[in-house]
Design a protein around this ligand. Sequence first.
Ligand code: PRP
Length: 203
Amino acid sequence: MFSDIETILYERAVIDERVKELAAQVAAVYRNNPLVVAVTLKGAFIFAADLVRHLPETVEIVFLRSQSYGASTAPEREPVVELPPEFNWQGRHVLLVEDIVDTGRTVAALQNRIRNFGAASVRVCSFLDKPKRREVPVDVEFTGFTLQGDPFVVGYGLDFAERYRNLPFVGVLRQAGTQVETNPEPNAEANAETSVETDAESD
Ligand code: PRP
C-alpha cells in the first residue's frame, strides 16, 4: 500500500504533537463554554477522534456528511452536505472539524447551514489547509498544517477513491504529471522551499 506514496509529509509523531497543540488552542478559546464538535465525514473522523481526546472539557459530538470528490483528485461538483435532522443548533457554540479545506466550498456550505439553524458561533478547525486551491473565502480559525502548492495528499483520514484513509501518516499520492511544493512545518510560510516531483508521466 505504501508503494503508492511518493513522499511522507507528516509522520505520526509530528501529527500527534500538532493535534495536542491544536486542542490546547481550542480549549483556550472556548474555556468552560459548552462546545459542540461537528465532525465532517468521512475525512475528519481520525483527526476529530484524536483532537477531542485532548480537550480538557467534555463536549457534544455530532457527525455531518459532505461529499465533493468521487474517484478523482479534483472536486466534481458542489458539495452535498447533510446535517443530523434532529439536532438543535440554536444558541450552540460549534467547532466544525475538517480534515482539509481545499476550495472552501464544503466548509462554507456547512457553516451557512449551521448558522441558519441558529448556532451562536461556528468556528472551523481543519487538520490541513490548502489555500492555493481556495475558491470561496472562509475563515479557518485553527489549522494543523498549511500545505504549500497543490499536492494530492492521503492518509490520516484523507482518501483517494476511498483508499488510504487508514495510513497513520500524511503522504503525497504518487500520480501522474504533478509538480508539488510541500511544507512539513505547521503554518510556517518561511520553509516553503521543499519541492517534490511526482511521477511525471504526462508532463
Ligand atoms: C473532502 C474533505 C473536505 C472537503 C474539502 O471531502 O474531507 O470535507 O473535501 O474540499 P473543499 O474545500 O474543496 O470543499 P470529500 O467530499 O472528498 O468527502 P470525504 O471526506 O468522505 O472524503
